[in-house]
Design a protein around this ligand. Structure first.
Ligand code: NAP
Length: 295
């Protein structure tokens, strides 16, 4: 099959591209960086260099493809996140219609079934809604939970304060996923083009805040590590030090939503078999990053 992938040589495609090539498919990989061309070709794929925000470029990258894999990436933090998602969804829709593609695998997210109350994750709802408007096109929405790597952003606080600050209780649950496990789901969807529209959740491990503290404190030999529950306002203030206000608001809402029972309800109603990469495996990556990040 002819398959066009967004996501360049990112975490998920690092697993997806070699497997598709190995199975004999003609793979085109979209990157917005000329520097990736040779690396993509060395993997046995064709490079399409341009931006996913450029509808004409995207149409030509999708032309002739039996299937495409969509993901959103490269957010411009000077622009409103929701407006950008609306624009991107229209670009995807136009490029799909104009290229005549019939099968779409879209990397969405947990929370995409919900409304603006999930903050930054609402962008995935917007994209899914627009893709659903397409006639004669079958889609698979892959909805991963939070990536393990997101937790690396906690290293600075763990080092400085022996604390994980969250605007939700330590008894609440986090569901993590590894790119390798997402890649397995993406491959399954691409290799068996859907005849019906479907939604697939992907997750690797489920832990409470208290369990997460235990994993980290044991790995770092830091017995006084604690989870400190802070208010939404405190979370927003902390985030505003590292990102624009509109992003800080969106992330605060997202983190807070994760502490509600509604957040994972659809996930549990359609619960996937958990993937192979467990929190204990991620702890090796975490400990390595912890050692290498300066105080
Ligand atoms: N973090 C989470 O918890 C979470 C949860 C659910 C879903 N997701 C989704 O997962 C995605 C990340 O997947 P990943 O880790 O496999 O990807 P990744 O490693 O972040 O790689 C994505 C690649 O896309 C390319 N790119 C960026 N802007 C582009 C543009 N304007 N046009 C074309 N290509 C562009 C970049 O490569 P080049 O420089 O080569 O162009 C970038 O390295 C996120 O973007 C998000 O949508 C994340």
């Amino acid at each position: 099959m002819k398959i066009t992938l967004l996501g360049s040589l990112g975490h998920i495609n690092g697993y997806v591209i070699p497997e598709l090539v190995k199975q004999g498919h003609q793979v085109t990989v979209v990157s917005h960086s000329d520097k990736r061309k040779k690396e993509i070709e060395d993997l046995g794929a064709k490079a399409a260099i341009g931006s996913m925000q450029d509808v004409e470029f995207l149409t030509s990258a999708f032309n002739d493809a039996d299937e495409i894999y969509l993901m959103i990436s490269g957010a411009n933090q000077d622009e409103d996140m929701i407006d950008s998602a609306r624009q991107q969804s229209k670009i995807f829709k136009t490029a799909i219609i104009n290229s005549g593609v019939k099968h779409v695998v879209d990397l969405s997210s947990v929370g995409a079934d919900q409304g603006p109350e999930v903050g930054g994750l609402y962008i995935y709802h917007i994209i899914e809604d627009v893709l659903k408007e397409l006639d004669d096109v079958t889609y698979t929405f892959i909805r991963p939970t939070g990536f393990y790597n997101n937790f690396l952003s906690k290293i600075t606080d763990i080092k400085a304060n022996h604390a994980i600050f969250e605007n939700r209780p330590a008894t609440s649950t986090s569901i993590f996923v590894d790119p390798k496990d997402i890649a397995d789901s993406v491959l399954k969807a691409l290799l068996n083009p859907a005849i019906e529209n479907s939604v697939t959740y992907v997750a690797s491990d489920i832990v409470t805040g208290n369990e997460l503290v235990k994993y980290v404190s044991e790995k770092l030999n830091m017995p006084d590590l604690k989870w400190i529950e802070i208010s939404d306002n405190e979370m927003q203030t902390r985030l505003e030090k590292v990102m624009p206000k509109s992003y800080a608001i969106a992330f605060t809402k997202m983190y807070s939503a994760e502490g509600t029972s509604k957040f994972y309800a659809d996930f549990y109603n359609n619960e996937p078999k958990l993937g192979n990469v467990k929190m204990s495996d991620f702890m090796d990556i975490f400990a390595n990053a912890y050692q290498n990040i300066k105080d």
